[in-house]
Design a protein around this ligand. Structure first.
Ligand code: HEM
Length: 346
């Protein structure tokens, strides 16, 4: 059978930003592995069940698994670069690593589609999992974060998005179409942010606020978010990630933030961006966005290709399937005859 291209093999990672999203982070309870394994091959059908009757909702679910749970759920080879999220302890800012075995990234044009899908999945999983984080994100104005800036403009598109976000055969032949996703929940200090002038805010982000244009190089501070996240590889090429951030907020909890989610063919690029932001460069330039935004969660997950979800490998330690006996009709006769004509069962 011809091998699928990464874009055909992948879960719906590369999607335009939607009006609504839900981010669910689950841990798998001890003994809950079997229930999770049972559900995994049904995820695709459940998306269809919820989404088919309301195509305008464009419901999509991306499912990722963390490093520790991978070996509890799946036998066979591991994704080459799957490891736990690396916490960062900078001179001023921390990026914590928080519990999480499974990430469900739900996107749709309407919240009810995300809700109905989450309801089906979580009811099925019952006590097999614990929900450790749940964030409902929504489109704010013209795709702005709650800091008031358009978020997502420089995302790669088309072939570039595929190359950026999806594992190809050269990188990991067993997991073509997979993706590494890093998530962090950020809470904004809106009072401190709103105390800045628009121009001061623009110097923090590195783009104009109203017009959403990148500041000219000569005016782009080394501490701006754009500068800290411009990463160049050993070949001199800019390295990117595919982001699908969403704002969220609760007046009751006093929490207003951005749910950061970045997909990449390797976790190394996003990790480099995080080091640039939190630890800074040799001159001590760190990302000023962190003076106004605190990371309160952090997780790294591998998003396997669709074929893996639909037909996962056996559970770890499971006996390999017994080899099937050769069909009787092909057994070679030992009496020198052609073996035709006998109806006798041996
Ligand atoms: C508080 C959380 C964050 C907020 C509010 C935020 C917001 C923004 C905004 C407004 C932009 C400029 C427009 C654009 O999307 O191109 C941007 C760019 C970008 N952000 Fe973030 N971001 C956050 C966290 C992160 C994190 C944690 C990473 C990486 C680990 C990241 C990576 C990037 C990249 C790669 C760009 C594009 C830079 C360029 O080439 O111009 N962001 N972000």
């Amino acid at each position: 059978m011809p091998k699928l291209a990464p874009s055909d093999a992948a879960q719906p990672v590369i999607r335009p930003l939607t009006q609504a999203a839900m981010f669910l982070v689950l841990t798998v309870e001890d003994g809950g592995e079997a229930a999770v394994r049972e559900l995994v091959p049904e995820l695709t059908a459940l998306v269809r069940a919820v989404g088919f009757g309301r195509p305008d909702a464009r419901l999509a679910c991306v499912t990722g698994f963390g490093s520790a749970v991978w070996d509890r759920l799946f036998g066979g080879p591991r994704p080459a670069e799957l490891h736990p999220f690396v916490a960062l302890d900078g001179p001023q800012h921390r990026a914590p690593s928080t519990p999480g075995d499974i990430l469900l990234h739900l996107r749709a044009e309407t919240h009810d589609a995300c809700y109905d899908f989450a309801d089906l999945v979580l009811t099925r999983l019952g006590g097999a999992v614990k929900i450790v984080d749940e964030v409902h994100g929504w489109r704010y104005k013209d795709v702005r974060d709650l800091l008031g800036f358009v978020d997502g403009t420089e995302n790669p598109e088309g072939v570039e998005a595929v190359d950026t976000a999806l594992v190809d055969a050269e990188r990991d032949p067993g997991f073509v179409g997979g993706s590494y996703v890093i998530v962090q929940k950020y809470l904004h200090d809106m009072t401190a942010w709103n105390a800045l002038t628009d121009h001061e805010q623009e110097l923090v982000i590195g783009r104009t606020k109203a017009g959403n244009v990148q500041l000219p190089d000569a005016q782009l501070p080394k501490t701006s978010h754009v500068d800290r996240n411009t990463v160049v590889g050993p070949d001199g090429e800019e390295q990117d990630i595919f982001r699908a951030n969403m704002p969220f907020g609760s007046f009751k909890d006093g929490e207003f933030g951005t749910y950061f989610i970045g997909y990449c063919a390797t976790p190394a690029v996003t990790e480099q961006m995080l080091r640039n932001m939190f630890l800074g460069d040799e001159d001590g330039n760190r990302d000023r966005i962190l003076d106004f935004s605190t990371a309160v969660t952090g997780g790294l997950f591998f998003v396997p290709p669709t074929s893996f979800l639909d037909d996962p490998p056996p559970a770890p330690g499971a006996a390999p399937p017994a080899p099937s006996p050769p069909p009787a009709a092909t057994a070679r006769p030992t009496d020198g005859s052609l073996g035709i004509g006998s109806l006798k069962r041996s």
